[in-house]
Design a protein around this ligand. Structure first.
Ligand code: PMP
Length: 286
């Protein structure tokens, strides 16, 4: 049976789920999106994802044409009609159909799309053994140019970093900000552990406010782990006892090598494992 996709208020077959070539989402990457998980048929952190979507839209003066309740229902209906319990949901709101010019005022209605599909996690081996990262030369976009807090359809900054990472044989890449501080990876936030303390770059390092990042900070506090959001450098990464990434799709992924240097003992560390277990427990019970 074909997957059903929600486009502009209707559920249609995957083959028929299309947008116009004049949609500014396609022409200019003008739009916003979210990546959300469902576990056991329940949407995880729905409120937080909708908050971020609405904030991203507001930041680019895009009015989402449906209410938050309608969006939540569209997400739940799309999961249900496809019989997906443990899945990944992509919500996209484009500027809509316009002219060939940039002007968003000449676009008619924003298009809302909801895709629910099966999740393709990193291979299990990576969770056991850990991931290798490389720091790339592509800097994270400065907030003064385009705030990384906006989860926009314009992901070329991250894609260029991903290409560079791939060329160096890594599936995820570490991006610095324009000051040379640690920002985040192309699709994940980064955490370090040093002397039992959890460290992560602050939002004003120019990063996406990851929903998983927030959840992990909350879990760490509950577990009595000291957490600090502070500017970090490559030096901090190299001397860290542990390193891991967080993201909706990836959850928590241990990192054991950065720029060909071994992090800590070169295996997923105890704090990473403890937080991974706590995160998995939370996804299964909420
Ligand atoms: N940073 C970037 C650039 C991302 O695209 C993502 C994935 N949405 C993340 C971090 C992780 O955010 P979240 O935990 O909300 O998925």
């Amino acid at each position: 049976m074909s997957l059903k996709i929600y486009v502009g208020g209707k559920l249609c077959d995957k083959e028929d789920a299309k947008v116009s070539v004049y949609d500014h989402g396609l022409l200019y990457g003008d739009g916003v999106f979210e990546g959300i998980r469902s576990y056991r048929g329940k949407v995880f952190r729905m409120t937080e994802h909708l908050d971020r979507l609405w904030n991203s839209a507001k930041a680019i003066c895009l009015e989402i044409p449906i209410s938050r309740q309608e969006m939540a229902k569209a997400i739940e209906d799309t999961l249900a009609v496809n019989g997906i319990k443990d899945g990944y949901i992509r919500v996209v709101v484009t500027r809509g159909v316009g002219t060939l010019g940039l002007d968003p005022n000449r676009c008619s209605n924003p298009t809302v799309i909801v895709i629910a599909d099966k999740i393709a996690l990193y291979p299990d081996e990576l969770y056991q053994k850990g991931l290798s990262l490389v720091t790339v030369s592509v800097a994270r976009m400065p907030s003064a140019a385009l705030s990384p807090r906006i989860k926009s359809l314009n992901y070329l900054n991250n894609i260029l970093a991903k290409i560079e990472g791939n060329q160096a044989g890594c599936i995820e890449a570490l991006m610095l900000n324009h000051k040379g501080e640690i920002a985040e990876c192309t699709g994940d936030n980064i955490f370090l552990v040093r002397q039992g303390r959890l460290l992560t770059p602050p939002i004003d390092a120019g990063i996406l406010e990851g929903v998983t990042r927030d959840t992990v900070i909350g879990l760490a506090k509950q577990l009595g782990i000291d957490v600090a959001e502070l500017p970090l450098t490559k030096h901090d990464v190299y001397i860290a006892d542990e390193c891991f990434l967080t993201g909706t799709a990836a959850e928590l992924v241990p990192v054991v090598r950065v720029d060909c240097r071994t992090i800590g003992d070169g295996v997923p560390g105890p704090v990473t494992r403890k937080l991974t277990a706590a995160y998995r427990e939370l996804t299964q019970k909420s």
